[in-house]
Design a protein around this ligand. Structure first.
Ligand code: GDP
Ligand code: MG
Length: 230
């Protein structure tokens, strides 16, 4: 099962679904749409009708952020009984051609993180400033939390059910990049097996990013808050 949050991703969603079908034909999809003004939710419904039950949509009333969308989506797929759960963005930054590597690694791990920095730097279409921000963020998180991973703000991950249950989704407070850090931290602290696979991250070509300065502040303070609660 893959959980994919969307907000105004009309141009990207059909391409994403086609690529997932190509690289992971068995994968079910749950689109979590926050009532996108551009009609992504209705488009997802249409894609779902052609999918033979493979693609479903969770409609939410309003935009409440990435973290809240994931919490709702994860809770639904856990209740439905799925054992392997992928999370990925809808904007094609996360290329479905990497999915087989996640499925391979999850056989001996509880959580697999897609990393842009496992072998050098694998990001396409980022300027130096953006890269520096991302690299510094991971360095900062490693320093504060002690987690040893090479990319801690990425959102391309694969969970084993037991690990996702152990996150304690109802207690997750983060919503932006911190959401990615917090969920990994919560299972790392409990001793779950975490592996990394190399991915190439492609900055979106279509649509607009929803991340803003607030999200960076949330992450800066939030990491310290995470550490203090531990
Ligand atoms: N449902 C929902 N999805 C969101 C929200 N904010 C971002 N997303 C989705 O989360 C994914 C990552 O967001 P994006 O804006 O591309 O973040 P960036 O890659 O860090 O610039 C995309 O698929 C977005 O459509 C939100 O408030 N609600
Ligand atoms: Mg993006």
């Amino acid at each position: 099962m893959a959980v994919v949050p969307t907000y105004n991703e009309r141009d990207n969603l059909p391409l994403l679904v086609a690529k997932i079908r190509e690289h992971a034909p068995e994968l079910d999809l749950l689109i979590v749409d926050d009532n996108s003004p551009d009609g992504t939710g209705q488009l997802a419904e249409e894609l779902g009708r052609d999918s033979g039950g493979r693609l479903r949509v969770l409609h939410r009333a309003s935009k409440q952020g990435l973290g809240r969308a994931y919490v709702a989506g994860f809770q639904q797929v856990l209740a439905e009984g799925y054992d392997i759960i992928v999370q990925m963005d809808a904007d094609l930054s996360h290329d479905p051609s990497f999915l087989p590597q996640f499925f391979d690694r999850i056989r001996e791990a509880d959580l697999v993180l897609g990393s842009r920095y496992l072998h050098g730097i694998a990001v396409v279409n980022w300027d130096f400033k953006r890269l520096l921000l991302s690299k510094s963020a991971t360095a900062y998180v490693r320093l504060v939390t002690g987690m040893p991973f090479t990319d801690l703000t990425g959102g391309f991950k694969c969970w084993r059910r037991s690990a996702l249950e152990a996150v304690g989704l109802e207690d997750v407070f983060a919503n932006g990049y911190l959401f990615q850090i917090e969920t990994t931290y919560r299972v790392w602290r409990k001793g779950f097996r975490i592996a990394e696979v190399p991915i190439i991250f492609f900055e979106r070509n279509l649509g607009a990013s929803k991340m803003d300065l607030h999200v960076i502040w949330e992450a800066l303070w939030g990491v310290i808050r995470l550490r203090m609660r531990a």
